[in-house]
Design a binder for this molecule. Structure first.
Ligand code: MTE
Length: 446
């Protein structure tokens, strides 16, 4: 493992190592990174002293020259080394991760986004969380087709080439799995924000508005629903409300300025802003226009909400407003008292983020956080909050208010309505406890 927090060093945090998971602190020393850093400092100091005193230039044998880091003394690598750019080797620890023991196979599984290590509002495509029901496939775009049939006057079949010649839009939207934070209904089950909230990512999606394709096919204006179907082995089929389809849904081939990654549905996926991830059908091959919900397997036996009375709630597709502090967060450690910039993410499937508040006393009092724009509808919004840690035990929370006026609930409020046996749609306020030794833990209050 490498120094995963190299990219936190630009921040105004007192001790970069303080944000490393304890195991990584050990790794840094083991990798000699601290040694390198000390060497660099010694060299820089000696150079400065020599310049100030007007001393003669040091010779090659001068130990201070030897201490100039090798990257300042060598010819760098050629432009042809990485035809497709990759992160620094020192960032090798910033990866999607599976929650150990969560699923029985690696194909019907999930790998979570490392939210604790991403900045701003866009998730790098290589870190976008992955959720597949039967593994991912890499489809030859020349052989891929999209069919539109059902209640249409002119059923159509499109090639990728035809789709990519049509008028396109690019929109930034979050994608959150309905099962994000699923493990936290009963108790605080997982240690880090990667596992509590990492089925969330934000991207710029490019493609053809679904409404345009439906118009071309002459869809029946009285039709209320669509069925979206994927080409992978999972037979992923989902009912989409016509309202969402005509509003802002996109048949997307682009993600963050390039073609979709295979894990994200290359060459074509459905983007249904604000709606839970399962409806964003990947490897999209067919859209059928219909007049009633389809009651497909993934909307009858899965993705339903078990209510306290034992009944299942179906078709609760919108992702309600939610926020989470991503740093400091579970598994990190504050090494000293003093200033920290609390940072996190807020989003709402019903509109945009209006306000984010942060509490450092477990929800007894709240102060408004700084929103780092732009604030876009149905997109992740970054917030920051200045905080001076006095070394005492602290309970950190964030809560969002969205453009509809809805306020993210405390866990006790959500559980009083929903019970605690659900899997999906947990948007409760997250609590991180900072103990007196600076360790940050996932806890639940009340
Ligand atoms: N589409 C197909 N065809 N097959 C799938 O397994 N998984 C769904 C959805 N679309 C899935 C799919 C689920 S449950 C989610 S949360 C999102 O894709 C995840 O998208 P991602 O892997 O790009 O993050």
């Amino acid at each position: 493992m490498h120094d995963s927090n190299a990219n936190h060093r630009g921040h105004i945090r007192p001790a970069p190592e303080s944000f490393l998971e304890p195991e990584l602190v050990a790794d840094i020393s083991a990798n000699g990174v601290n040694e390198q850093r000390r060497g660099l400092l010694r060299g820089a100091l000696a150079t400065a002293v020599a310049a100030m005193s007007g001393a003669a230039l040091a010779s090659e044998s001068d130990p201070d020259i030897v201490n100039i880091p090798e990257w300042s003394r060598i010819l760098g690598k050629s432009v042809a080394t990485n035809p497709y750019g990759l992160p620094s080797k020192y960032e090798a620890n910033i990866i999607r991760r599976q929650s150990p023991g969560l699923t029985q196979t690696d194909q019907a599984s999930v790998a979570f986004t490392p939210l604790q290590s991403t900045f701003g509002m866009i998730t790098p495509s290589g870190l976008h969380f992955e959720r597949h029901h039967q593994g991912w496939v890499d489809i030859d775009p020349r052989r891929h087709r999209l069919m539109i049939n059902g209640l249409v006057s002119k059923p159509l079949v499109f090639t990728m080439e035809e789709l990519m010649r049509m008028p396109s839009v690019s929109r930034m939207h979050f994608l959150e799995c309905g099962a994000n934070t699923a493990l936290e209904w009963g108790n605080s089950a997982v240690p880090t924000v990667q596992y509590t909230h990492g089925m969330l990512s934000g991207s710029e999606w490019t493609g053809v508005p679904l409404s345009l394709l439906l118009e071309r096919a002459g869809f029946d204006k009285s039709a209320k629903f669509l069925l979206a179907e994927g080409a992978d082995g999972s037979s992923m089929t989902r009912t989409i409300n016509m309202e969402n389809a005509l509003d802002d849904a996109i048949v997307a081939y682009g993600q963050n300025g390039e073609m979709l990654r295979p894990e994200q549905g290359y060459p074509l996926r459905l983007v249904v802003p604000g709606v839970q991830g399962v409806s964003w059908v990947k490897w999209l091959r067919r859209i059928e226009v219909g007049d009633m919900p389809y009651a497909a397997k993934d909307e009858t036996s899965h993705y339903v909400d078990l209510m306290p009375d034992g009944l299942q709630r179906q078709y609760t597709s919108i992702q309600e407003a939610k926020s989470v502090i991503t740093s400091p967060s579970g598994g990190q450690k504050l090494m000293s008292n003093g200033y920290y910039c609390i940072t996190g993410l807020a989003w709402s499937g019903r509109g945009s983020v209006k306000k984010v508040e942060v509490s450092v006393d477990g929800g007894r009092s709240w102060r408004e956080a700084r929103i780092e724009g732009p604030v876009l509808p149905k997109m992740i919004t970054r917030f920051n909050f200045d905080w001076v840690w006095d070394g005492s035990e602290t309970l950190l929370q964030s809560r969002v208010t969205d453009s509809t006026g809805y306020i993210q609930p405390q866990r006790s409020e959500l559980v009083s309505v929903r019970g605690s046996r659900s899997i999906y749609h947990n948007n409760a306020i997250q609590t991180w406890r900072v103990n007196q030794s600076g360790e940050v833990e996932n806890v639940q209050l009340g």
